[in-house]
Design a protein around this ligand. Sequence first.
Ligand SMILES: Nc1nc2c(ncn2[C@@H]2O[C@H](COP(=O)(O)OP(=O)(O)OP(=O)(O)O)[C@@H](O)[C@H]2O)c(=O)[nH]1
Ligand SMILES: [Mg+2]
Length: 113
Amino acid sequence: MDTPGVNSTSENNTQTTLDWLPEVGLTLMVISTSQPLSKQDIQLIRQAVKFSPDIRIILSKTDLLSQSETGQMIRYLRSELKKEFDRDFRIYPYSVSDPVYRDQANPVSPGSR
Ligand SMILES: Nc1nc2c(ncn2[C@@H]2O[C@H](COP(=O)(O)OP(=O)(O)OP(=O)(O)O)[C@@H](O)[C@H]2O)c(=O)[nH]1
Ligand SMILES: [Mg+2]
């Protein structure tokens, strides 16, 4: 289930996401490199931790950073999350411009290859 972002201007959207938390097995929390780990992100993870047996972090928009900056940001997230939650989360770097995903977004029809 892709739930709306909690920074939405619509309170309804935020509530929809919070209402889903008790229902999920695996939480994939998408955090953007353009705003890494806001107070609101931490609050949302705090809520998710109460319910979800498995929470993982997707660090999105890594195309906006160099490879070494992405590495730094992952280390930063890891240490902040450790401080806040005293546990480790798996963090996956992600970008829509990664060719793997770009191909999936614009699939070539079977007959045209
Ligand atoms: N540079 C870059 N921009 C991205 C990437 N992923 C998403 N965006 C842009 O970020 C904006 C928001 O993307 P969405 O996928 O709608 O984000 P969302 O978190 O689902 O947003 P809501 O569901 O509305 O809360 C859009 O303008 C996207 O084009 C990425 O990997 N790199
Ligand atoms: Mg969305």
